[in-house]
Design a protein around this ligand. Structure first.
Ligand SMILES: N[C@@H]1[C@@H](O)[C@H](O)[C@@H](COP(=O)(O)O)O[C@@H]1O
Length: 251
């Protein structure tokens, strides 16, 4: 614990080390509780974590038959087969290498004809699973968690969001053109995330330093959605040195 904030902090030198620790954390959680409901994140940050987790499970097999995963978010308008859909991401990084059954995963349906109803149903499906035991989170440059952009109500459940320009620019690297990045997404809400029993937050790289430092100042503000984690009592931040600002801003 550091600076009196309510977050356990594990600081590491490199992204690789962050991924190793995060994968061990998740492996142990599944080992302890084979019925684990694991909240999963996408993006670049957790890619190596999944890779290491797959390696570890192949080395030291554990029962995965009862594991459930719940995705944080999905783009609106991308079919599941689209290579940048988060369903494809999960298949590529976790489901195919571990031969998990598709029935073990929940991902919002961004192609639903009734997106609001899809959000209500998604929230119900999470409740029927008994809630999320361990939620893995990354953080956006602007402090978003899931796709809960700055200004999102802390009381939000699963909902449709308009992506900010900065998020679309940040995610353009995954698409051929910036205009191919969807403008909307479905994301679990901040309230949904906060109901998770425990949370690991991964952050790597200097571009995340402002978001991480705002969290670690202990402040809680909707302008930096990640800061709500200061109000959760079981958060572990696994962070590379360069994602923590060393200079204290002037008071
Ligand atoms: N919706 C996802 C988030 O779940 C992710 O944590 C964040 C950071 O992404 P990255 O890890 O690629 O920096 O933005 C993405 O757009």
């Amino acid at each position: 614990m550091r600076r009196g904030v309510n977050v356990n902090i594990i600081t590491v030198d490199h992204h690789k080390h962050m991924s190793k620790i995060a994968s061990e954390f998740i492996y142990e959680a599944i080992h302890r509780n084979p019925n684990l409901v694991l909240g999963v994140a996408t993006g670049s940050t957790p890619e190596q974590t999944y890779e290491r987790l797959v390696e570890k499970i192949k080395q030291d097999p554990i029962d995965l038959s009862k594991l459930k995963t719940v995705n944080l978010d999905e783009y609106v308008g991308l079919p599941r087969e689209h290579e940048e859909s988060y369903w494809q991401y999960m298949i590529q990084h976790l489901y195919a290498p571990l031969e998990l059954s598709i029935d073990q995963g929940l991902v919002p349906d961004g192609m639903s004809a009734n997106l609001d109803e899809e959000c209500i149903q998604y929230e119900r499906k999470i409740e029927r699973l008994g809630g999320i035991d361990l939620q893995m989170l990354g953080v956006g440059v602007n402090g978003h968690i899931g796709f809960n952009e700055p200004g999102t109500s802390f009381d939000s459940n699963t909902h449709v969001v308009e992506l900010t320009e900065s998020t679309r620019i940040a995610n353009a690297r995954f698409f051929q053109n910036q205009q191919d990045v969807p403008t909307k997404a479905i994301t679990v809400g901040i309230s949904t995330i906060m109901k998770s029993r425990s949370i690991i937050l991964l952050a790597s790289g200097n571009e995340k330093a402002t978001a991480v430092s705002t969290l670690l100042k202990g402040e809680v503000s909707p302008e930096w959605p990640v800061t709500i984690l200061n109000q959760h009592d079981d958060v572990t931040l696994i962070v590379t040195k360069d994602a923590i600002e060393t200079e204290e801003p002037n008071a």
